[in-house]
Design a protein around this ligand. Structure first.
Ligand code: NAG
Ligand code: NAG
Ligand code: NAG
Length: 162
């Protein structure tokens, strides 16, 4: 019984790690998209409710007169009207872990809250580092689906012997 619970625990952890490892495409601002938000905390709230990992993508999508300018933290805080910006659609793929800042430099949209800070974390080290046992390292070569199937089969076979 104890080993059965232990293995189920391992399965839960493995699935949680796979979830972390899977790249997510975020729609910046969710249904609002990239626009002048209803209040100045909208995008900081949006970002603070999520954990971003390297490999995730950020879809800045808008209609009408908007843009997205990649800026420094100081320019983000100050809503500096920088001259280089990107047009829609814009799919941002962070090149490395770190913080990235985007503002809209149309009119005073940035002052009205059209600005976002993205903190991108490195993938969990337990996912990146090869596992020590040959069995586990073989598993790491499998796709998420195949690994899940393999783990499910392992649970079923243990349950059969309990
Ligand atoms: C900002 O607007 C969003 C969306 O309308 C709302 O959910 C949130 O509570 C607002 N925040 C503040 C501080 O007013
Ligand atoms: C970005 O989001 C827009 C609006 O939902 C969508 O039409 C577009 O296909 C998305 N782009 C990518 C590359 O996923
Ligand atoms: C912030 O903006 C103000 C007004 O445009 C400017 O005087 C100031 O130098 C800026 N500060 C930074 C750190 O960019």
């Amino acid at each position: 019984m104890a080993s059965r619970m232990g293995l189920i625990g391992c399965l839960v952890v493995a699935v949680a790690l796979l979830k972390c490892a899977a790249a997510t495409e975020y729609q910046v601002g969710d249904s609002l998209g990239w626009a002048v938000p209803p209040n100045t905390s909208y995008y900081s709230t949006w970002a603070s409710t999520k954990t971003f990992y390297l490999g995730d993508k950020f879809n800045f999508s808008w209609t009408g007169t908007q843009n997205a300018a990649p800026v420094s933290k100081a320019d983000y805080e100050n809503c500096t009207q920088v001259s280089s910006y990107i047009g829609s659609p814009f799919l941002f793929t962070p090149p490395s872990a770190g913080s990235y800042y985007f503002i809209c430099v149309v009119d005073n949209n940035c002052e009205q809250g059209q600005k976002v800070a993205l903190t991108v974390l490195a993938p969990s080290s337990s996912v990146e580092e090869p596992a020590e046992s040959p069995e586990s390292s073989a598993s790491s070569q499998l796709t998420a689906g195949a690994l899940f199937a393999a783990l499910s089969t392992a649970v079923v076979s243990v349950l059969t012997f309990v």
